[in-house]
Design a protein around this ligand. Structure first.
Ligand code: CTP
Ligand code: MG
Length: 247
């Protein structure tokens, strides 16, 4: 018998960009997503990737309650950008975005959740994610194979064991799941107090196995001061920053 979740007429693709964090580890005078690289904010670079992609139907931007979207540097959106207010944790911000989408999209539509703080996502990786998962019943995430050997600690400062590196992946974003499943999984994991640091962990908690789609390590999450320099370099190499211009 066919999986009832597998099928259907042309599900739409939506992007959901959590951007309601405060950027504590960056320690700047404003949240890191509003810092400028070249002539645009990190957030603006990130939004452009999705707004310029022909297969993305709309973009849900989750901002902190105190942020005035009219005061932000945002790319041209042609009515396809929607603002939602975020919550205390990333998973709360994502839930608010999913609730907003549930009013406008169908449960089988795809949601691509992507950190505002990842402005260097290569278009080729986004295309690979869309292409590889388009017929999947559940979905998956971009991830990079670990190049370091990973140690599992005893909870303190000593090593308990070494993980098999061949099986260790670093979770990146976008993470792409069916709207209905992700909304239910995220709500269930939060209600159970299960730590949800990415969408895949909510889906795993729900008993499903997200697919791993290999993505490039240039898709960094700008987290600390030193990441700004790297992000600038990667954007420049992608031709998305003016050569020689330091913002
Ligand atoms: N985020 C969010 N709502 C929150 C917390 C985080 O929308 N309550 C967003 C951030 O804006 C970011 C993404 O989730 O785009 C990934 O989170 P992270 O890199 O941890 O950003 P911050 O939480 O802002 O940074 P820090 O943890 O250093 O404070
Ligand atoms: Mg955080």
């Amino acid at each position: 018998m066919a999986d009832p979740r597998e099928q259907h007429a042309d599900p739409q693709f939506w992007a959901l960009i959590p951007a309601a964090g405060i950027g504590r580890r960056m320690g700047a005078d404003q949240p890191k997503q509003f810092l400028t690289l070249g002539s645009h904010s990190i957030l603006s670079h990130t939004l452009s990737i999705f707004l310029e992609h022909p297969r993305i139907r709309g973009v849900v931007l989750v901002l902190g309650p105190e942020v005035d979207p009219d005061a932000l540097d945002l790319p041209f959106a042609g009515g396809r950008l929607f603002r939602v207010v975020g919550g205390a944790e990333r998973a709360d911000s994502v839930q608010n975005g999913l609730d907003f989408l549930a009013e406008r999209a169908t449960p089988d539509d795809w949601v691509l959740v992507h950190d505002a703080a990842r402005p260097c996502l290569p278009i080729a990786d986004l295309d690979r994610l869309l292409g590889d998962l388009g017929n999947d019943p559940v979905g998956g995430l971009l991830a990079a194979p670990s190049t370091d050997t990973i140690k599992w600690s005893d909870g303190g400062a000593a090593v308990e064991r070494t993980l098999d590196r061949a099986r260790v992946w670093r979770a990146l974003t976008p993470q792409m799941f069916r709207l209905g499943v992700l909304r239910e999984a995220n709500a269930a994991a939060r209600a159970a107090g299960h730590p949800v640091t990415d969408e895949a962990s909510a889906i795993e908690f729900f008993g499903e196995r997200p697919r791993l789609v290999e993505g490039s390590a240039v898709n960094i999450k700008v987290t600390r001061q030193e990441d700004l320099e790297l992000a600038r370099l990667y954007l420049m190499r992608q031709g998305r920053l003016q050569e020689g211009f330091r913002g």
